[in-house]
Ligand binder design. Structure first.
Ligand SMILES: Nc1nc2c(c(=O)[nH]1)N[C@H]1C(S)=C(S)[C@@H](COP(=O)(O)O)O[C@H]1N2
Ligand SMILES: [Mo]
Length: 426
């Protein structure tokens, strides 16, 4: 057995898999005496769940979305030290937008020699550090880039150091961009969002750690912004400049690229590890399905799938563009994993104490799935007797009862189209 599967089989996911497998047997009206004949299918379902991998993504396994040539983390170490792209030399301005009239009593700048440095950040972190789970997703890519446990200093702590006094409506921030104006990548937030977190929401942080380890250059280190409720473009990497401005308009680089820059993360469900040219199953054999659900601002109540013969027409796009009249069946959202990931330092897959979304006494997540993270889901779909070509679709239902892609179907605010994959029954 491959080691990842062996590891998985040893943990609770498999127990919960067994429970819902048994439930499925009961639903389909078979007695538990039929289990031995089905054992191979149970194994296949276990395998499909195991192939989802660890809950947290290893830093180097995130998908990168990056412009800039050369890439800052590919510069030689000496150059990186010189440019403040290493913890030892990192410096960051916290200043007024020169094109605006914001007033700060104590601007921090490299020019005046009092810029924020990593040592100061570490001192603030000793008292005010924040740690939370968040999935990184690009609004233009319909699959998460990676799932992380992020840690750092709330941005507001650093803003208060600069003693803003008046005329401050927004904050915008930039990463290192090779001193080339054309390569600037910046994002902005209202000052209100930075200073106060909506109920249950996590703070915007200057992030220094991912999954318990220092943030690597490839992931945006030494310091990157992490905006928990937003798509990836707000989480600017290689941060070196923070501006306070009286400009009431968003000046995000992504706005120029035709994106909705105010979008909160959306909920959706997708199957994983499904070959582009489809899968083949023997007639009558149950079909193991497993994937991830992204839990956006309205959470995820359900994950559903719909298997349809390819030859059968879809509902009339004028009357039912979102396929709500399909024969949707429920899958199971898996509970929090027993092991969060082997990359967590010295912890055998345990999370460090205690992410903000977790109860400090029980160590359990306060809800599941958590908003702005993922959950794994799985189901053993009943076998199909009739050989032929089929399509399988997937969707989430959020906690308000809205079925994906509703309530926000427009793609500029985040990809959430209903996924479709091919299945051949032989
Ligand atoms: N400095 C900088 N930060 C950036 C970007 C960039 O090109 N430059 N890309 C952004 C976009 S569009 C996304 S989706 C996320 C991707 O984060 P990742 O590469 O860590 O997965 O980084 C954001 N931060
Ligand atoms: Mo992105």
């Amino acid at each position: 057995m491959n080691p990842a599967v062996a590891h998985f089989v040893a943990n609770e996911h498999v127990e919960s898999t067994r429970r819902f497998f048994l439930r499925k047997l009961m639903v389909t009206g078979l007695s538990t005496a039929a289990i031995p004949a089905w054992a191979a299918n149970e194994d296949r379902l276990k395998q499909a769940i195991a192939e989802l991998g660890d809950y947290l993504t290893k830093s180097e396994n995130f998908r990168n979305v990056e412009r800039h040539r050369p890439l800052p983390y590919k510069l030689p170490k000496g150059k990186r030290l010189e440019l403040g792209l290493e913890r030892e030399t990192w410096k960051c301005d916290v200043i007024a937008d020169p094109e605006s009239n914001s007033k700060l009593a104590n601007p921090l700048s490299r020019e005046s020699g009092n810029a924020l440095d990593f040592e100061q950040l570490t001192k603030i972190a000793a008292e005010k550090s924040a740690r939370f789970l968040k999935v990184m997703t690009c609004n233009n890519i319909d699959e998460p880039l990676g799932m992380g446990l992020w840690e750092g200093v709330p941005l507001r702590e650093v803003i208060w150091l600069a003693k803003p006094e008046r005329n401050v409506r927004r904050v915008f921030y930039r990463g290192y961009h090779n001193d080339d104006e054309k390569q600037i990548f910046q994002s902005s937030l209202s000052i209100g969002r930075v200073l106060e977190d909506p109920p249950g929401e996590m703070p915007v942080i200057l992030c220094t750690k991912l999954n318990g380890n220092w943030l690597t250059g490839e992931r945006g280190g030494p310091v990157r912004m992490i905006v928990p409720d937003a798509y990836g473009f707000k989480s600017v990497k290689w941060i070196q400049q923070i501006f306070l401005t009286n400009n009431h308009q968003a000046n995000d680089t992504y706005a120029k690229a035709n994106n909705d820059i105010d979008s909160k993360m959306k909920s959706f469900a997708i199957v994983l590890n499904w070959p582009d040219d489809g899968k083949t199953v023997p007639a009558g054999n149950p079909i193991p399905l497993a994937g991830v659900a992204q839990s956006g601002m309205s959470g995820v109540r359900k994950v559903q799938y719909w298997i349809k013969p390819k030859s059968e027409p879809l509902p009339d796009p004028q009357k039912d563009p979102n396929l709500t009249t399909g024969d949707w069946k429920d899958a199971e959202i898996l509970p929090p994993p027993a092991s969060w990931g082997e990359m967590l330092p010295g912890s055998e897959g345990k999370l460090p104490p205690t992410p903000l979304q977790f109860d400090t006494e029980t160590g359990e997540p306060r809800r599941w799935p958590l908003r702005n993270t993922i959950a794994h889901w799985a189901v053993l779909a009943p076998g199909i007797r009739k050989p032929g070509e089929y399509e399988i679709r997937f969707r989430s239902i959020d906690e308000n009862g809205a079925a994906q892609p509703m309530p926000r179907p427009f793609l500029k605010s985040g990809g959430n189209e209903i996924q479709v994959v091919a299945l051949t029954v032989e």
